[in-house]
Design a protein around this ligand. Structure first.
Ligand code: ZN
Length: 133
């Protein structure tokens, strides 16, 4: 598979507004605006950093994946996203190499990206997102 770069780092926060004050006011990163992805029960805020981005994630529902993550582990880095040239091919290759997939097929992520997650059981505990834009 052809991994092009680290696309973004997803960080779970209780409240994006509180999170913003560090990333935006202290680090001086540009806040690109909010986007809610209903399917994933999450509101996201993107802050570009060079070739990559920081993605803050706030759950919109108490039973959403981000809410569950914070419940278990607290706020913090939730996933790392790699941009790939072709997501279908990358998923097929992961599957063939015995990696457990959370998403067998690409789904819609923030910013119009196609995304899919790999199971942390297969990646030494890191929730890996593959995305194609
Ligand atoms: Zn992400």
């Amino acid at each position: 598979m052809n991994v092009l770069k680290i696309d973004h780092i997803g960080i779970a926060v209780n409240h994006i507004d509180e999170g913003k004050s560090f990333w935006s006011d202290v680090l001086g990163l540009h806040f690109e605006g909010l986007e809610t992805v209903k399917e994933q029960k999450v509101t996201t805020a993107f802050f570009p950093v060079g070739e990559s981005e920081v993605e803050l994630l706030e759950s919109t529902e108490p039973d959403g994946p981000v809410a569950k993550f914070i419940e278990k582990k607290g706020q913090g880095v939730q996933h790392i996203a790699f941009r790939v040239e072709n997501l279908e091919t990358a998923l097929a290759e992961c599957k063939q190499k015995g990696i457990q997939l959370i998403d067998e097929k690409p789904r819609k992520g923030a910013g119009g990206a196609k995304i899919a997650f790999l199971h942390p059981k297969s990646t030494q505990g890191v929730l890996v997102e593959l995305c194609e834009r």
